[in-house]
Design a protein around this ligand. Structure first.
Ligand code: ADP
Ligand code: ADP
Length: 226
């Protein structure tokens, strides 16, 4: 079952006189339950691809189909709704709000999407526990380690139960040991929740733990064999 499909996507940036063709008739399919690694050199367009796949940026050409819905047929409000319901984002930097506790940070998407606060609190606690943070609910980000902050950010991305996780070097700012620990936890949770994920990484060792690896080459998304 196809969860996300990119159909003949083209996207370019203008840099003065130069035309930076990031994607050129690129096709890509994410099947239900798949975890795919995206590896490509800096500046080739990995972040652009994730933003396009995640409906944060509109491609200049092509169609994005998420759970059978063609995004080009949606208005802005519908597109935002589809994104909020279907996609979780994790970035290299945690982007936690310093003045809120770990639990409050995780609750923000829940409170935006749903009504009941009690229910949201329980769901938020459950997600923090899945990431080994049952003892950190009331800690502020300033009191958490780098690995813990990133785990809170991942829990926040998943709290609304999106079908798809898009992660841009989710452990890229951690040291090797922490990176491996947090990454393993991320993969374990994605698998046990039956989620589908596209994860950018520079780490070949981590990439080989995923179901398949793709790269960007001449504007296309192609299989990559390490
Ligand atoms: P990666 O994530 O692989 O490093 P990006 O998607 O961030 O690549 O960027 C790809 C290329 O497009 C880079 O050369 C970057 O400088 C350029 N770029 C990204 N966003 C813009 C933009 N909004 N306007 C112009 N150029 C951009
Ligand atoms: P730290 O608190 O050292 O910055 P984390 O917050 O990522 O690291 O990790 C929290 C807990 O996970 C700590 O008890 C740490 O010892 C443990 N841990 C870290 N890396 C690993 C690993 N690779 N395997 C198992 N446990 C780990």
């Amino acid at each position: 079952q196809v969860v996300l499909q990119l159909d003949k996507i083209s996207h370019a940036y203008k840099n003065g006189d130069e035309n930076l063709q990031i994607l050129h008739n690129a096709d890509f399919t994410l099947n239900h339950g798949e975890i795919v690694a995206l590896i490509a050199p800096s500046g080739t367009g990995k972040s652009t691809l994730l933003h396009i796949a995640g409906l944060l940026e509109k491609p200049q050409k092509g169609e994005i189909i998420i759970q059978d819905r063609k995004s080009s047929r949606l208005n802005d409000r519908e597109r935002t709704q589809l994104r909020l319901n279907s996609i979780g984002f994790v970035y290299q930097f945690h982007h936690l709000l310093a003045e809120f506790t770990a639990l409050e940070n995780v609750l923000i998407p829940q409170l935006m999407a749903r009504g009941s606060k009690t229910k949201a609190v329980n769901i938020g606690r459950d997600w923090l526990k899945k990431f080994g943070l049952g003892h950190r609910f009331d800690h502020y980000p300033g009191k958490l380690s780098g690995g813990e902050k990133q785990r809170v950010a991942i829990a926040r991305a998943l709290v609304n139960s999106p079908k798809i996780l898009l992660a841009d070097e989710p452990t890229g700012n951690l040291d090797e040991k922490n990176s491996e620990h947090v990454f393993n936890l991320l993969l374990q949770v994605v698998r046990s929740e039956g989620l589908t994920a596209l994860i950018v990484t520079h780490n070949h060792c981590l990439a080989t733990k995923m179901d398949r690896i793709v790269t960007l080459h001449e504007g296309k998304i192609i299989p990559c064999h390490l």
